[in-house]
Write a protein that binds this ligand. Sequence first.
Ligand code: UGA
Ligand code: MN
Length: 251
Amino acid sequence: PVIYVITPTYARLVQKAELVRLSQTLLHVKNLHWIVVEDSATKTQLVSELLAQSGLRFTHLHVETPKEHKRKESDPNWLKPRGVEQRNLALQWLRENRQLSDGGVVYFADDDNTYSLHLFDEIRSTKRVSVWPVGLVGGLRFERPLVEHGKVIGFYTAWKPNRPFPMDMAGFAVTLQLLLANREARFDLQAERGYLESSLLQSLVSIEELEPKAENCTKVMVWHTRTEKPKMKQEEQLQKQGLGSDPSIEV
Ligand code: UGA
Ligand code: MN
């Protein structure tokens, strides 16, 4: 089956670096279709050109997060859910452009995480919803589903453990078939902090039905890495003197 990788992305200094890194990981994966959804009013030239030159099979979409849900520079990063409308638009695209008879597995891959190629081998055999550990997340070395006799019986997590599915976005995949059969399943823009993943999964599966991957969820194959915001102190100083860097050079 095709793996549909859904990536929300937004303009910032590190955007191109993130997308180059992710696209070059994805180039190693066979039978993959990258759905990139920009959080912007229009498709940007930067992302358009990057995709066109990537060598990947891709679909390029865009939708701007409504102003009242958009994080302000001064807000802490966790105040508002991120990438919600973008992932939902990708789900809508799949529902409009694919049929029940088409095979496929859908994975939500944020642009800043780190993905082992082995993860995609695990994802490929998903029957309905598969799950695995995520490294460096939730204030822990890793979070993971707990498995007994091949079944998920709970989760190793410390933060809000009572969430229906206390998992990061990077820790599960869903078949296209299941998403097409449940056409109303989507991420909830109003979801309380930490409940975004649950908002989708609740309408698709129960915990007992989850398929543990990565050797019964004992191997970490994806890391919730976060990129430091680059300091631009010197750039700003030079700009004040009219000596800022050449804006025609893309970073
Ligand atoms: C954590 C989870 O790993 C995310 O999957 C989840 O969406 C997020 O929390 C949440 O609760 O909303 P975190 O690393 O804090 O993620 O979030 P980011 O990596 O900053 O954003 C997730 C994705 O949304 C990224 O692909 C990012 O490019 C995109 N994004 C972020 C936007 O499209 N618009 C934004 O304004 C911010
Ligand atoms: Mn992230």
